[in-house]
Design a protein around this ligand. Structure first.
Ligand SMILES: [Zn+2]
Length: 470
């Protein structure tokens, strides 16, 4: 069984066959760090995270690269408005992005190259396109890609090349390019804009060329998977293909994956409509990061996701059910023979979950498997039909599936010797009904940051720093 993915370019769902035997190489278009990221951005990043996690769960070696756009029109405008340099603005929002990504438990990519650190690579790629006759200069020092030189242009977006970019006349006038469809690889210097002095002249890179240069630098001229939001298909990814393949003469990407839009209460989330939900704001409002993650990943990536208060409540309830099952299993104690039917149930769940995710990341079917398993386990706990060791295997099975979903709480680090001995002493005190000693030991544990609860299965503890950190 192998992972099958839907390729935007061919429209086919095909088995993933890595191009090289040293693993799967993935590039994702990352954030433009000019402001705080919103949940629509993170839907796309977390879908790539889910892909990476699933491939690793399937024992693929994965190299995941996500670029950081730290130079573009929006950053220049934002820095000017804030009265700071573009470096300072980018640094601020790169920090915010990393904090949001960590809160939402996004796997850190193996590399996060920044455009301003790769000007040399960008310039070298543009120089090659100039040499090969796919690019030309204009009087203001800009360099454009000549779409007429690339007949395959428009294949990814399924557009008629003659009909392209008629809406971009303003930019055409501004830069005096040969053909209204052509796009900027390099923008000539302008007063008040940052500029680099290079072998192709002074100026700054366009946005599209940055992804071609950095993806091929990190992963080679041909790599396995390129991801992004559906809004990047045209022109961004169409341009990436044209630039990269025109420069190298090799196929750029094996499989293109695009994540559908996130809608906010039925409308496309857009700054102009004022219906933007930022991750940091939602978390500051007390929304659980794990519930938000689940709300963003639990709808198939090619289906439009409608984010509403109801969808968030449903995600919160789902996470609560998972948490409750895991903590009940962790605390479960029953001295009885192991249940011989349990192993088969856990194996079947793993097989069904894997098959669902293999099928173009069908995460809704995968989650349904997890919640069916949770229901089954709850019944077994209720009827006390499993052993203590069975309960531990069930937790391990849920944690294994959660390597892909990433929504369970972190495993507790074991207690140090002193705290563990206090817990043992308290348990012994309760057995001999010495409530005064039991209470004194509970207070001592609280001083160590450990809260103890008494349940049917005995003492349950957690660290106070984690109370309320849902
Ligand atoms: Zn990109």
């Amino acid at each position: 069984m192998s992972v099958r993915l839907h390729d935007t370019l061919t429209g086919e769902t095909r088995p993933l066959v890595p191009l090289r035997d040293d693993g799967v190489r993935i590039y994702s278009c990352g954030p433009t760090v000019y402001g705080p990221a919103h949940i629509g951005n993170f839907r796309s990043f977390l879908f790539a995270d889910l892909l990476v996690r699933h491939l690793r769960w399937r024992d693929h070696r994965v190299t995941w690269v996500m670029n950081i756009t730290d130079i573009d029109d929006k950053i220049i405008r934002g820095a000017a408005a804030a009265g700071i340099g573009i470096g300072e603005l980018a640094e601020r929002y790169l920090g915010a992005f990393i904090a949001d990504a960590a809160a939402l438990r996004m796997t850190m990519p193996d590399a996060t190259p920044r455009a301003t650190h790769h000007i040399d690579d960008i310039v070298a790629l543009i120089a090659t396109l100039l040499e090969r006759g796919h690019a030309y200069r204009t009087d203001d020092g800009s360099i454009f890609f000549r779409i007429a030189s690339w007949p395959a242009y428009g294949r990814l977006a399924r557009l008629d090349p003659d009909q392209l970019r008629v809406g971009e006349r303003v930019e055409a006038d501004e830069y005096a390019k040969d053909d209204v469809r052509d796009f900027a690889l390099w923008k000539g210097p302008k007063p008040g804009e940052p500029s680099w002095t290079t072998s192709i002249g002074a100026g700054r890179p366009g946005w599209h060329i940055e992804c071609s240069a950095m993806s091929m630098k990190a992963l080679g001229p041909s790599f396995d998977i390129h991801t992004g939001g559906i809004d990047l298909i045209f022109p961004h990814h169409e341009d990436e293909i044209a630039q990269s393949e025109a420069a190298t003469g090799q196929p750029f990407v094996g499989t293109w994956l695009h994540c559908a839009h996130l809608q906010m209460s039925g409308a496309k989330m857009a700054k102009s409509k004022g219906n933007i939900a930022r991750v940091a704001d939602l978390l500051a409002d007390g929304i659980s990061a794990r519930a938000l993650r689940y709300a963003l990943i639990s709808v198939h990536y090619r289906a439009s996701l409608n984010y509403t208060d109801e969808s968030l409540s449903a995600a919160t309830a789902a996470i609560d059910r998972l948490d409750a099952a895991v903590s009940a299993l962790a605390a479960y104690r029953e001295d009885r023979p192991d249940d011989p039917t349990l192993a088969a149930t856990l194996d079947a769940a793993r097989v069904a979950f894997g098959a669902a995710l293999d099928d173009d990341l069908n995460v809704s079917a995968g989650s349904a498997v997890v919640f069916d398993l949770v229901r089954d386990l709850n019944r077994r706990i209720e009827s006390r039909s499993i052993s203590t060791a069975d309960a531990a295997s069930a937790v391990a099975a849920l944690r294994d599936l959660d390597r892909v979903l990433g929504v369970l709480p972190e495993e507790e680090a074991p207690l140090d010797e002193h705290a563990a001995s206090l817990l043992d002493a308290r348990s012994a005190a309760r057995e001999r009904r010495d409530w005064a000693a039991s209470d004194r030991l509970r207070d001592e544990l609280v001083d160590l940051g450990i809260v103890v609860e008494d349940t049917r299965d005995g003492q349950r503890w957690r660290r106070t720093s984690e109370v309320g950190r849902a």
